[in-house]
Design a binder for this molecule. Structure first.
Ligand SMILES: [Mg+2]
Length: 436
């Protein structure tokens, strides 16, 4: 794509972006009143060796943030309250927050569990009106969801700059970045405060002698394109300068789940069951998206630091029974190559640390070119159709009876409850996913 082909337009204010502050920790404080006003860390599992996945504002004052090891966090703040993550509740609050916002303004796009944007129309684009609207949204969340749930709202000429504006004042901020005032308050930020600038990109910017926001502001679209090594850099430049260049929607290229195993479920059989369960979940998402996969990658991390990774390719399919057979083959190959013997199965020795299954090479129904070989084998095609019907029946049963009613094989108990349905900030699980 060549962005300059369609002459990016400069706008006045057009977008409102809402970012919830310390989201998981705030929800825990809302749910459990004695946690209010206290330093809280949310943990994926109850052990000091894990990392915080969220920290309340009170905990942040001690230097605790997402990613801080819990033993370190407890050293920084001996009164730290540690709570186990409850992702189903966070998804529930997410929907309630969206509803509270929609009382004031329609939500345009949900970017993650704790971020979404809204398009401003007509008079709403006047700075005073936009600010008043932001105030009403905050009040509506306060009234309908809870007083512990706070957000930073940014208003700007495009969704990117509105999001950046939420970074300037936290918690409970409201910042307007008017295109006429740019770069203005942008200069208060660090380069890594901008979405799209991670450690890798920061290194590239430094190499190009760009170390400050001011230096970044003074680049050209062409220069950004060269630094990013893609058109994304050019798009970034236009966003930064207040142009409303559309985001490019991408169809998902992979569906997968990974999980760090609970310390007492690191034996061979428990790990095999977990891998099967994660893959089954991925298959369910695949069917919901009406996609078919052509590759399966299976990876395990061992407790001694080694890892094993294998991939199988197949003709496009979505039925979990056939895909699980490919996992079985990969598992067998892994046990052979990693010298996992029946001794390991019997002794329940800790062997694995992490497991992931990834379906990729995704195609939708229209793109599938069934390979001639399987087409020539009516039994295999029939079998697959039968399997797909069975899988849909299982989906229906699960929807009806909730949670663990229908599952292949053993259900491992885990410290954290739901298998694999943890919240990646980039993807909101459907409420339904907590049933698997
Ligand atoms: Mg946030």
């Amino acid at each position: 794509m060549n962005i300059s082909q369609y002459e990016p337009q400069k706008n006045g204010l057009k977008w409102l972006f809402l970012d919830l502050n310390s989201y998981f920790a705030s929800v825990e404080q809302q749910e459990t009143p004695h946690l209010q006003g206290k330093p809280v860390a949310v943990l994926p599992m109850m052990t000091d060796s894990t990392c915080a996945i969220a920290a309340s504002y009170e905990a942040k004052k001690f230097g605790i943030k997402t990613g801080t090891k819990i033993y370190e966090a407890k050293r920084l703040c001996p009164t730290l309250q540690c709570v186990l993550a409850r992702h189903d509740i966070y998804v529930d609050y997410h929907h309630r927050i969206l509803e509270a916002t929609q009382h004031c303004l329609p939500v345009n796009k949900v970017w993650s569990i704790d971020e979404f944007d809204c398009l401003l129309l007509g008079k709403e684009r006047e700075p005073a009106k936009a600010a008043a609207l932001a105030g009403r949204i905050k009040q509506s969340i306060y009234d309908h969801v809870g007083s512990s749930i706070r957000c930073s709202i940014g208003i700007g000429p495009n969704s990117f700059l509105s999001k950046v504006a939420t970074e300037i004042e936290k918690p409970d901020g409201l910042v307007i970045l008017h295109p006429d005032d740019l770069p203005g308050r942008l200069l208060e930020l660090q380069l890594t405060d901008l979405p799209g600038i991670n450690i890798g990109m920061l290194k590239r910017l430094h190499k190009a002698r760009i170390t400050t926001m001011e230096a970044l502001w003074n680049t050209s679209p062409k220069q950004c394109r060269a630094i990013w090594r893609s058109v994304q850099g050019e798009r970034f430049w236009y966003w930064l300068h207040g142009y409303d260049v559309p985001y490019q929607e991408t169809t998902p290229s992979m569906v997968g789940h990974s999980r760090v195993l609970d310390p007492d479920l690191r034996g061979a059989e428990a790990t095999r069951q977990m891998a099967r369960r994660l893959l089954f979940k991925a298959c369910t998402r695949l069917r919901k998206k009406e996609l078919h996969a052509t590759h399966l990658t299976f990876k395990v991390g061992l407790v001694d630091g080694r890892y094993w990774l294998g991939t199988q390719s197949f003709s496009a399919m979505q039925d979990p029974f056939s895909i699980l057979q490919h996992l079985d083959q990969l598992w067998e190959q892994m046990t052979y190559e990693c010298h996992i013997t029946s001794y390991h199965y019997k002794s329940r020795k800790m062997i694995f640390r992490k497991v992931s299954t990834l379906l990729h090479g995704l195609q939708d129904e229209t793109a599938i070119t069934d390979d001639l070989f399987t087409e020539c084998l009516p039994t295999s095609k029939k079998k697959r159709e039968k399997n797909e019907k069975l899988a849909s029946a299982m989906d229906a049963l699960r929807d009806k009876y909730q949670k663990e009613q229908v599952w292949l094989g053993v259900t491992p108990q885990t410290l954290a409850g739901h298998v694999g349905t943890k919240i990646a900030f980039s993807r909101i699980p459907d409420k339904d996913e907590f049933k698997y």
